[in-house]
Write a protein that binds this ligand. Structure first.
Ligand SMILES: [Zn+2]
Length: 259
């Protein structure tokens, strides 16, 4: 059954679906290699974080390169990220410390991140080349969708403005839309859907020769293969050139509905 609109933050959450273990996940960081503390200043408000150099360089090719002794940041153990999102960095900070994106569930049993912050954390992880954090965000997005059974329509523009055509986040959201969304209000809500997103959904449906919206909540929870949307490359293997993307213009907090 549809949730009425997905806008009621206090509505009862569905059960928390456990995340299947990814067989390609990298071993957790060894506590023998923490190294010195690095000061990381994030965002326009210059929020300060202090984090071990070993943790930053183990999970992120970007930080590994930036903290090399050839760079000022590496010599001073200080990094400035003025254009990054402090809230996303907080999630990263929690993840490197605990292996999870969040601590306790909310009082209503919901995952306490929300679609927007999960997507923003994915974009941060993609820009800073932290593939395991990208994977954790895909998992959390799937887990939240399974729990709330709503579609993150307001995040579509953000996703398409901040990712490339090869993004696993795009692939996942297109898969979700093609499999589960009913498009009952497509005509009146057409301005909510980025053109590239609609084209991707049509191509996905055409490629799989399937009708839209045939998959229910139970099947989505059981049949989704999350590894299809994971990046299993080693985070320090290569420092790839990433296409710069436009920053989002809005961070609307409204949730779309579906069956
Ligand atoms: Zn995987």
């Amino acid at each position: 059954m549809y949730p009425p609109s997905g806008q009621d933050k206090n509505q009862a959450a569905g059960p928390l679906v456990p995340i299947p273990k990814c067989p390609y996940v990298k071993a957790r960081f060894s506590p023998n290699n923490y190294g010195p503390i690095v000061s990381v200043t994030v965002g326009k408000a210059e929020m300060q974080f202090h984090i071990h150099r070993g943790l930053l360089t183990y999970y992120s090719s970007y930080f590994k390169a930036t903290l090399s002794q050839n760079w000022k940041e590496g010599k001073e153990n200080a990094i400035k990220l003025p254009d990054d999102n402090p809230e996303a960095f907080k999630v990263f900070f929690h993840w490197v410390d605990t292996g999870c994106l969040y601590g306790a569930l909310g009082p209503n049993g919901k995952i306490p991140l929300g679609y927007q912050l999960i997507c923003e954390t994915y974009v941060f992880a993609d820009a800073r080349i932290i593939p395991q954090l990208c994977n954790a965000c895909i998992d959390a997005l799937w887990q939240t969708i399974c729990q709330e059974w709503t579609f993150p329509t307001p995040q579509l523009q953000y996703i398409y403005d901040n990712t490339t055509s090869q993004s696993n986040l795009r692939k996942f959201i297109v898969y979700d839309a093609a499999k589960t969304f009913k498009w009952e209000n497509l005509d009146s809500d057409r301005q909510k859907y980025p053109q590239d997103f609609l084209a991707d959904v049509i191509l996905k449906l055409y490629g799989t020769k399937s009708a839209p919206g045939g998959m229910g909540r139970g099947a989505f929870s059981k049949e989704t293969r999350l590894c299809e949307f994971h990046d299993h490359t080693h985070p320090t293997k290569e420092l790839q050139h990433r296409q710069s993307v436009q920053k989002p213009s809005t961070t609307q907090e409204v949730t779309g509905s579906r069956l």
